[in-house]
Design a protein around this ligand. Structure first.
Ligand code: NDP
Length: 292
């Protein structure tokens, strides 16, 4: 029986945010520029409103400027595109984030494609995805970046390790696979059409759940001693009528099998905003002369 360590993403993210705040102080003193993050929220989705509020709060706490633009759910695609172009041209804005999902009548790909790749702190623009794929400097999606930081902190070098990423979305699975490849892992990307998923997962020294299905990855699918990163955030009903958050991995079953695992909540989740702040500072450094 393996003793399973908990990977405390909340504590790691707090430390990362403190280091970013120190760097921001130094950057402001050197350049007289305050890094600015603009967040665009279209519509009234309650979960998105909470995310945007938290992003704004943590941006200000890190010493950066938070610029929030709220548009009505009825805003037209042209209005959203015009706002993005205005932010592209604004020298006080170094990072632009358009909160997803957008209302159905707006073409999210067209909006993402309009963001200046140099200000694309979510890393979703095809230019940044392409730069990551060919090994050039890129702004990298925040959640995958957070996973890599946690892995390197816990394992040191990842070179030569077998990594299995379950999920192939453009925002988590694919960029995370690219980042693991950059760290010299041997990477398998699994998805809904993968044959014998349990067997594929059992190969993994690093197992990533990025599926969005509550506790789908079972304890018996985990190689003893493997490091498990659970990206999933799923709200499930409790017997008392309330709800609770669970990941994509059956957390209790993983105890005694995994070498280490991220909890949900408190694992990958807090890393996402910390990495957004990191990307905003990186973008500001690249845009401001002498900022690097
Ligand atoms: P998507 O729905 O975009 O992608 C899910 C992926 O899982 C798809 O590639 C899909 O395969 C695969 N999949 C679905 N069912 C199965 C199955 N039965 N077996 C194997 N693979 C399967 O989700 P996201 O990538 O956006 O998000 C994944 C999870 O991560 C969600 O729970 C989300 O809430 C969470 N998340 C957490 C974040 C954080 O900050 N911690 C940030 C972003 C997401 P296929 O392509 O074949 O359909």
């Amino acid at each position: 029986m393996v003793e399973t360590r908990l990977i405390d993403g909340k504590a790691f993210a707090e430390g990362l945010r403190a280091r970013i705040a120190d760097e921001v102080t130094e950057f402001k003193a050197r350049t007289a520029v305050t890094p600015g993050l603009a967040v665009v929220l279209v519509g009234e989705d309650p979960a998105s409103a909470v995310y945007v509020r938290n992003k704004g709060k943590q941006t200000v706490e890190a010493g950066m400027a938070s610029i929030e633009h709220k548009l009505a759910a009825s805003a037209s695609q042209d209005e959203v595109l015009a706002l993005v172009r205005q932010l592209n041209a604004d020298p006080a804005v170094h990072g632009i984030l358009v909160q997803l999902p957008l209302p159905a009548h707006i073409d999210a790909q067209a909006v993402l494609a309009t963001i200046d790749p140099a200000k694309d702190v979510d890393g979703f623009h095809v230019v940044n995805a392409g730069r990551l794929a060919v090994g050039l400097d890129a702004l990298v999606p925040c959640t995958p970046l957070g996973c890599i930081l946690l892995l390197k902190h816990n394992l040191g070098s990842l070179a030569g390790l077998e990594a299995v990423v379950v999920g192939r979305s453009n925002i988590v699975g694919k960029p995370l696979a690219q980042l693991l490849l950059r760290e010299d892992c041997t990477v398998t990307i699994a998805h809904s059409r993968t044959r014998d998923l349990p067997e594929v997962c059992r190969r993994a020294d690093i197992l990533i759940g990025a599926v969005g299905r509550p506790e789908m990855i079972r304890g018996a699918w985990i190689k003893p001693g493997a490091t498990v990163i659970d990206v999933g955030i799923n709200r499930v009903a409790k017997p008392d009528g309330g709800t609770r958050l669970v990941g994509d991995v059956a957390f209790e079953e993983a105890q005694g099998v995994a070498g280490a695992i991220t909890p949900v909540p408190g694992g990958v989740g807090p890393m996402t905003i910390a990495c957004l702040l990191q990307n905003t500072l990186t973008a500001a450094k690249r845009q401001v002369a002498g900022g690097a």
